[in-house]
Design a protein around this ligand. Sequence first.
Ligand code: NAD
Length: 271
Amino acid sequence: MTADDSLDGKVSVVTGAGGQIGEGIAVELAKAGSDVVIADVDVLDTEHNQQGSKEVGGATRAREVAERVVEQGSRAHVVECDVTDAEQVESMVEETISEFGRLDVLCNNAGIITVAPTEEMEEDEWDAVMEVNTKGPFLVSRAAIPHLRETNGTIINTASIAGEIGAAGLSHYCSSKHAVLGLTKSLALELAEDDVTVNAICPGIVDTPMWNQVLTPTLQEEYEDTIKRAIPLGRDQTPEDMGRLAVYYATNRNVTGQALAVDGGILQNVL
Ligand code: NAD
């Protein structure tokens, strides 16, 4: 690692870091030298999510992710925080500053999914997805911006290839991720004068509860068949792929307002 891609002395917050992509991002940031605040939640007030239960267990898994961060030689701090709750978000950011003294890298990664045709979709199902996926990044960014200004930091939003295309049964999810890209581009412009960069990661297919519990059964084909059919490179993507892009964004001062698909070519695969 060169001095240019080191995050030594930096502090990152990763939301939804008890989940698998969040873990990949937290560990790669730690490998690059960053201390990491691992934020997640054990219980949501809705069953509309990939676990199909209010009990999502994210904060419990976050403690295991913290151990992996520490194994990389970085410091880790777990905070239970629901990204849809402004008060919890404000205290999570305050806790980050009191624990580590600064904030350089904010990764808005928490996200949920369900599948329903629009005409059958319940209103609270739509709201739940929009609240976590779109309002969450807004609330956490709002709380973090004053601190990111001080460090000329960066915001990295986990969007999705669903932020670029539509998908039947996913009108709420696709809308929420398109909105994340709108937030990314707008914040990039708002914060440019403060030398704060804002970018998005668009994962393709990663073997997490989103795919194996929700999307694979809905597509009515095996996960491996989906990979072969949909991905030109013929393999799925990994949490580490997303983490490595996060490190790239966090260490490049002249990339802002971008959304890179880490999808093995899915978005090019129109025929
Ligand atoms: P995951 O289920 O493994 O992780 C999601 C995490 O978010 C969980 O730990 C969950 O507890 C947490 N979370 C949910 N609601 C929360 C809330 N209100 N506050 C705080 N934390 C909350 O899923 P994943 O696949 O790792 O998803 C991570 C991100 O990647 C999401 O934004 C998702 O939309 C995006 N994504 C995933 C895929 C994929 O193929 N898995 C593809 C594209 C985009």
